[in-house]
Structure formats: structure tokens, C-alpha cells
Design a protein around this ligand. Sequence first.
Ligand SMILES: [Cu+2]
Length: 504
Amino acid sequence: MTYLITFAIIFLLAVIVIQIGKLTELAASIRGEEVVDRSSTNTQGIALIVFMIVFLVGCVWSTLYYKNQMLGYGPLTSASAHGFELDSLFNVTLFFTGIVFVITHVLLFWYGYKYRQTSGRKAIFFAHDTKLEMIWTVVPAVVMTYLVANGLITWNNIFPTLTEDDNYLEIEATGYQFAWDIRYPGADGKLGNKDFRLIDLASNSLGIDWSDEASVDDVVLGGTDKILLPKDSLIKVRITAKDVLHNFYLPHFRVKMDAVPGIPTSFIFTPVKTTQEFREQLRAYPEWQTPADPADPTGPKKWETFEYELACAELCGNGHYSMRRIVEVVTREEFDTWLAGQKSFYTTNIRNTSTDPYKGTKLFDYEIKARSRELKSDISSYLKDTTGTASRNIQLKHVFFETASATLSDLSRHELENLNKLLKEFPALKIELSGHTDNVGDAVSNLELSKRRAESVRTFLLQLGADPARLSYNGYGQNQPLESNDTEEGREKNRRTELRIISK
Ligand SMILES: [Cu+2]
């Protein structure tokens, strides 16, 4: 409705202007051209001066009035280290262009007034003036050279060439219609390789190369999760896109860079204010003291609800607006704690699936540690148990054999070294090691194999220095399945090595 009324008003104004024009023409033809011309050029000359004053005063007034809404001024001073330099670059440019802006406008309108048509005056004609040419070539050339050189120096400061030795956090932002995937390096501090040929929309939409061990601990934040950044740490953002042009824009940090499909770009910056510190900065200004929600005057103030944001600054499609994400800057300690608590993409989505290159061939440190804690808790819960509910049969989940043989695989070492440690920790513990198979093949040879496997485990423990009197072994073949042998998963669970606590 408002649009309709606005449109109607503009339309009516246009009609009025056209009608006035027609009336003037009519009046001129009645009174004689020359008289009317002179009076109309006088009016127009004065109108030009009035317009100049209103326009220039309006420019200065609105600039001062809205100063606190503009990035770089009042409460919105930069939240990143390089931002101050960039803002001052804008101010220097504004200073020079401001001078030119005022002078050219004053001259434009003043000359329009001064040289309005008067009877008997003729325009001077001159073809060339060397002095004038020199002035208006040299002055802009000097100013432009200064501005460009100054800009280049600032740009080079913002984009230092980082080497391996520099201490920085590299994260990756991948834009697509209509969201960002943000990838953080895990404990190793390195982002793993990517290859577009590995992109699989269901399981690996970024095309991360899992055979690069650096990618195994990478954390991927998708959807609408808050993006956390550490204060006072140099951050390099590697920026890419999967479909069309996007733009990685962090206005409060003066970070803005195109995300181009196929050509990675980057930006380097250091946040210097946490979200909380920036809120405190806003708090000092009355415009941030008003309620965040006008319908709730007693609710939180604007400064209290402020969040840094990531926006896509490229009009990339109809869902463009939904690429907005909240960014939170916290202290380095808080950031490290947060990142350490995040599960890597590999752990949650890839580990032990068909696309996992390390399935059955590698155990990661975190898995060995977690398994070690698990085994200890299994054993100690039986030792401490007074209710008779804890099981005395504990599976040795990380003990593996070569197919159809009793030779332990390399990976089993971790679990058995760990078990040996626990035997020392609980000196009264006596255990039986037992082998179990699935029902594939001949029952007698399965029984035989399970016995030999249990013996191998015992032998390995004895080599580690365990007391033979505390370790017995037995094979049960296919007689004690955990699950049905009808499925591959069931058979996999039934092929196992266990320990049974005999006495504690
Ligand atoms: Cu976009």
C-alpha cells in the first residue's frame, strides 16, 4: 500500500512539473520571448545557489548525523588489527575527494549563477592555456599517485606472505547455494588436502582426501553453527566456492574477499576484540541503549544482543540472505577448549565405513587412548562390583588376527600392551583368554583355530613380562556366538577374543 501511495505521489508531481512547463511556454508566447527568458534565467541562477547551499549543508549534516552508523566511526571502530589501517586509508581518500567534491560543486553552481544569460554579454573564447593545463594535470596526478601508493603499501601490509614457520590458524570457508561450510584443522593444526574428484554429495561434499592424515582430525561446521574465532591470533581464511560466485564478508573485521569456484582465494586477519568486548564498546553509545525488540521495552538492549556476522556479499541467488552466519570471537583458551571438544568429520561420518582408507589397517591415537580407558573401566567395574551385575567376560576389541591364522596383526599390540599394564595395576587379577569363531567352515578346525589364537594372545602377554600363573587360555570355536551367524555383521561380532576374570 505504501508503495502504491508513493508511486501515485511521484506520478502526480511529474504531471504538475509538465503542466508548469506548458504554462511557462504559453506565458512566454504572450509576453514576448526575451523578457521572459531573462527573468527565468535569473530565477534559475538563484535556484542553483540555493540548491548548492542546501545540498552541501545536507551532505555535511547527514554525514555527521549518521556518523555512528558507519563502519569505522563511533561505536563501529574495527574489530581486527588491520581494520584500523584500512579505515584510515578510507579517511585519507575521503579527505582528498572531499576537498574536490566541495570545490567542484561550489564552482559548478556559482558559475551557473554568475554567467547566467545577461543582455549584451558574450562568452570569451580561448583555445589553449598551458598554465591551466599544467595545474589540472599535475595536481590530480600527484594526489592520485599518493593515494595509490598509500593503498598499495596498506594492501601489502594486510597480505603478508606467510611461511610454514609463521604461527597462524588456517581455516577454510566453502560457499555454496546457500550456506557456508567452515573447516577447522584439528590438533595437528593442518587442513587436509581436497580433490574435487572425491566429492560425493552424500558422504563427502567438500571432497576431502581421507588418505591425507592431516584431514582425519579436521572439523567441519555446517548449517547454522556459530563460527568461533580466537582473539589476538593470526587467522588465514582459505576461501572457495562450489557453484557460483560468493563473497566472504566479515564487515566488523573489514574482511571481504570473493569466493570463486575453482580458484581458492584467502584473507589474513587478527581479531582484536572478543564479542563481549565489542558489546562493551557499543554500550557507550545511546543508539545502542534502546531495546533490541521494540515490542519488549524492558527486554535486552541492542548492545547486549549484538553479534558479529559473516555475510555473503555477492548476490548469488534467491536464498542469498540465508548465508548469514553468526561469528563469535572468544579468548584463545576458550577457542582451544571448544575446538578440542568438536568431533572431526572423519570420526563421525567416515571412520570404518566403506570409504575409510584406514579401516582395519590403522588405529588412531585418540582411538587407542579411548580404548585404553574403556578396557580399564570394564575391568575395574567388575573388580569394584558388589551387586553381581558387572560382566566378568570382557571383549578384547582391538585384538585382530590374519585371516584363518593365529598370527596376531600389528594393530593388536596396543590393546595387549594396555592389558599388560592393567595386569600390573591389579596384581590379584587372574584371567582366562578365550578365542571364538563364527560358524563358517568346519567346527573342529574352528575350535582348533580359536584355541591357537587364544594361545597366541597369551604368548604375546608373556613376552611382555606377564606372570604365566595368572593367565590361562581356551578356545570355544563356534559354540558361544554373541549374535546370529546368519549375517556378515553377526559373524564379524562372533569372531572375537575375550578375557574372563577368574579371580580378583
Ligand atoms: Cu552467496
